[in-house]
Every structure is written in C-alpha cells, then in structure tokens.
Design a binder for this molecule. Structure first.
Ligand SMILES: *[C@@H]1O[C@H](CO)[C@@H](O)[C@H](O)[C@H]1NC(C)=O
Ligand SMILES: *[C@@H]1O[C@H](CO)[C@@H](O)[C@H](O)[C@H]1NC(C)=O
Ligand SMILES: *[C@@H]1O[C@H](CO)[C@@H](O)[C@H](O)[C@H]1NC(C)=O
Ligand SMILES: *[C@@H]1O[C@H](CO)[C@@H](O)[C@H](O)[C@H]1NC(C)=O
Length: 321
C-alpha cells in the first residue's frame, strides 16, 4: 500500500514538472518581474506596464514581432533605478535591449547569456559596476554592445573576445577600466568600430590593430597609452577615424606624414582622420594644419541611435574638411 502511495506521488510530481515545462511564464509575467526589480521610476515610464494591459499594444518601450513576441525593449532616458532582472532571459525572441540613460546598478545578470537571439545590447549611461562580464562571449549573435558611461572597473576580460566574430561595434568608453586591451580582440574580425576612450587603459595597442580588414573607427582617446604608433597605423587599410588624443603616444611627427600620404592615396575614397591632440609634444604644431587637432567625434549612428552599418561618406567628408 505504502509502495502504491509512493508510486502515485511519484507520478504526480512527474506530471507537475511536465506541466511546468510546457507552461512557462508568459512574456507579460516576465516583464512585470522586470518591473518588480525597478526601485525608482521618476517619470512613471512603466505605468503602462500593468497586468490588465496588452504587452504588445500598451507596454511603453516594448515592441513585438508580427507573431506577437517581444523582440525589442527601448527605455531611453527614463532614469529607472534598480537591478536588471534575470527574468528577462525568458524572452526567447528578444533581439534588442536598449536601456540608454537609466540608473541600473549591479551588473548584467549571467542569465542574459541564454538569450540566443540578442543582437543589440545598449546599456550606455547607467550605473553598472564590477568587471565587464566575460560571459558576454556566449552571445553568439551579438552585433552591437554598448557599455559606455558606466562604472565598470578592473581589466577588460580576454574571454570576452573568444567568440566575437559577429560583433561589429563595441564600446566600453567612459568607465574606469585599467590594464591593456586584450590581444584577443583581433579575433573579432568583423569589427567596424571600437571605442575604449576615457578609461585608464595602458600598455601597447594590439599589434594586429590593422588586421581587421573592415575596421573603420577606433578610439582610445584619453587613456594612458605610451608607445610609438607609426608602423601599425601605416598598415591600416580601411580605418577612417582614429582617435589617439590625450594619451602619451610618441611618433606623432611620422604619423602626421603618414596621414597626409594616406589621405592623398585615398583621395577618391574617403578621408583618413587621425586625432592626435594632446599627446607628447614631439611634433611641431605648425605641421598639423592638415589634420584636425581638435577633439571632434564623428557621429555615425542611425536615427535609432545604433551605429549605422557604415558611417556615411557625407558625414566623414564633412568632418574632415
Ligand atoms: C528582484 O525581484 C525578485 C522577484 O522577481 C526578488 O526575489 C528579488 O529579491 C528582487 N531583487 C531586488 C534587488 O530587488
Ligand atoms: C537623453 O537626454 C539628454 C539630456 O536631456 C538628451 O540630450 C538626449 O538627446 C536624450 N537622448 C535620448 C536617446 O533620448
Ligand atoms: C590607472 O592605472 C594605473 C596603472 O596602469 C594605476 O597605477 C592608477 O592608479 C590608475 N588610476 C586610476 C585613477 O584608476
Ligand atoms: C546607445 O544608445 C544611445 C542613445 O540612443 C546612442 O547614442 C548610442 O549610439 C547607442 N549605442 C549603440 C551601440 O547603438
């Protein structure tokens, strides 16, 4: 009898498990859990996130695909504070997560690496801290990763670049990162843009800087780099915007000559823009009238705020006048 009871109990538990497996939480429940981890919403940006409302039609900042699954969450300049709920990893069709201009703290939950569909992640201008999460390498589909203007510290983990051949744009600008740029970054051979500006990085630029054939944009402005750059830069094929300003690079005289030469070579294609301002004064300032010595930044983002596939030639030309 006891045996039978155990058996029945066993079957019951098994069924309960199966029920849970075929009946996961709904996307609405997931988003409400996310909202539950928001500790401050000063502009009531999430007031429409309500269990009586429709996710796809009413939840502000939430966009669905034609099949009715959440594929994009855009919460910009909403000053939301709190932690990033791990529950979001249950959104199996999510492609874009863009939380620019909030006050999310803590770090990106490791659970997010389960979102295979994720394509763009923009956590720029938040209060994320700790180490740059190296599990980001598990996002095999990620193209755009913007962690700029947070409070990340420590070194950039080399493992981050272990699986990055789809990545096109990485920004870790305006954090508190130290150490050097991991050599492994040059495995990301589809990169178009890299921005490590305004950190405390030092050491050498990876020697393969120009092996990424499509690299257009590279900025290490305002760090502690201190080597001679001439030779590497001469090998760059597609670089259009290079910002080395506010470091301690040497060899700038040669770089200016190289820049003039490269510009002449590419006169019919696009200009080559090197910003060398505020490095060691081993050059004569009268020689740099050709190059822009100011801290101009080319904005090559599309209207959605994501970097365009390529910076438009018009913008680049204009900036190089
Ligand atoms: C986040 O929400 C979950 C419930 O969804 C809760 O268990 C957890 O304590 C919350 N964490 C914080 C820091 O608010
Ligand atoms: C965010 O707010 C700042 C300051 O008010 C503004 O300059 C910027 O254009 C806003 N950005 C977005 C994406 O809404
Ligand atoms: C910057 O990095 C150097 C080592 O490379 C370290 O000595 C220094 O304390 C760091 N500065 C800040 C402000 O973190
Ligand atoms: C992140 O969002 C901000 C605001 O829209 C934008 O300026 C920035 O370019 C975005 N980053 C990426 C990688 O799309």
């Amino acid at each position: 009898m006891k045996r039978l009871r155990n058996y029945v109990l066993y079957i019951f538990v098994l069924l309960a498990y199966q029920f849970a497996a075929v009946c996961p939480v709904t996307e609405k429940e997931i988003l409400l859990q996310f909202k539950g981890n928001i500790s401050s919403d000063p502009y009531n940006s999430l007031s429409s996130w309500d269990s009586s409302k429709s996710v796809c039609q009413d939840f502000s900042g939430v966009f669905c695909n034609p099949a009715g699954n959440v594929h994009k969450i855009l919460l910009w300049n909403t000053s939301l504070a709190g932690i990033l709920s791990p529950a979001l990893s249950g959104l199996k069709y999510l492609r874009i997560l863009s939380f620019f201009g909030n006050k999310f703290s803590g770090n990106i939950p490791i659970e997010y690496s389960d979102i295979d569909t994720l394509w763009k992640m923009n956590f720029s201008s938040n209060s994320l801290s700790g180490q740059i999460p190296d599990f980001l390498r598990k996002f095999s589909n990620i193209r755009y990763l913007d962690l700029s203007s947070n409070e990340y510290s420590g070194e950039i983990p080399s493992a981050l670049f272990r699986n990055c051949f789809n990545v096109k744009f990485i920004s870790q600008s305006r954090n508190k990162l130290s150490g050097s740029i991991p050599l492994a970054i040059w495995k990301c051979f589809n990169l178009l843009g890299v921005d490590f500006s305004f950190n405390n990085l030092s050491g050498d630029l990876p020697p393969q800087i120009c092996d990424i054939s499509g690299l257009v944009y590279f900025s290490v402005r305002n760090n502690g780099f201190a080597q001679t750059v001439e030779e590497q830069i001469l090998r760059c094929k597609s670089l259009e915007y290079l910002d080395l300003s506010s470091n301690m690079f040497t060899g700038m005289q040669a770089l200016i000559r190289a820049q003039v030469a490269i510009r002449a070579q590419r006169a019919l294609i696009k200009c080559f823009f090197v910003d060398i301002y505020q490095n060691i004064q081993d050059y004569d300032i009268s020689n740099i009238e050709e190059s822009s010595a100011s801290g101009k930044l080319i904005d090559w983002h599309d209207e959605e705020g994501f970097p365009a596939e390529n910076p438009s030639p018009e913008i680049v030309d204009q900036e190089c006048q």
